[in-house]
Design a protein around this ligand. Sequence first.
Ligand code: ZN
Length: 357
Amino acid sequence: MADWNLAQEQTPDPKRKEPTWKEWHIPELRVPCIQANANVVVVEQSQDSTFDYWLRISTLDKGNPLHVPVKLAPYHRKVLHGRTINTSTTLLRRKGVWWLTLSFDEDVPLQTEPSAPRVGVDVGIANFITTSTGKHYGTFQGKLAKRHKRDREKRRRKAKLRACLKKKGVEKLPSTSNTSGQRLSRHVRQEINRAVNQMILDHPDARIVYEDLSVASMRFKAKAMNAYLYASHLAHIPEQIAWATAKRGVAAHTVKAAYSSQECHRCHCVDRANRPDQSTFFCVVCHHREHADHNAALNLSSRFGDKALAGCKNKGEVKALLMKRHEEWKQKNRACVVCPPVQLGLWDHPATSTDVG
Ligand SMILES: [Zn+2]
């Protein structure tokens, strides 16, 4: 109050209202999460007690920090043995239990041989991961997508109810928290992690080549489709690939993804019509037929070390380069192109050739 009077005397401001006394409002934190650096929370090795560490948490009361004992499980003790713990920490309370996150830096030497075979990795919703070796890992379709749909409907019903009650002047509205949505989100990320780990396990001595995916710029016209994209946590897949490979010392590289799903792996023809449906790739020129994600993974794999392609500044340049390669391919294979497409199909994929033409 004294502050306000002084300020008003010096620079009178009619817009500033006289402060009024309000009752103390002490917030109740439901999921308190404290992210702290060494200025606030210090982890100290315990010297003379049965605890492993002490957390010294600074408080507003100067000179009176909180001391919280930390006891480690045998597993944690083993992992942290001989490491220097980073100074930033996170304290999180979940369901009445406090969790402390400690981290340390580690340099993992690269295990991958320079001559290691490349494995292209295509990222998607229908298949979280498809490799150029023709394997699929994880999916958002089916169970997860159904759960997402149910959750979305539930949220909409709730929002309607809230709007309705608000109109009627009801003061206590139903909460907007969404536990099942959070659980689903966690589950999707777990499924992605599992898919990535399995993929790395199946290709132990490979160089992983994956796409430089920018999910942030992806937008669909339909709202439901955007919600679907968001719920699939597509952006988490490349992040997890980067993290999981780094952790194991596996070489991993990103390459440009532009047109990797429309380009024919055999003749480099780029055409939207090459994708008659979501899962099929069928080249309109050379009639090369493949699972769409597998074709994309093969393209990504061969884009590693492709300097001309890496030098392209935008999508237009990528397309021009690919179409130039397509023309070169046509020059080289002129004799083949005049052959009926059915025969080309027969030479390549005897098993699937009956579908062709
Ligand atoms: Zn083709």
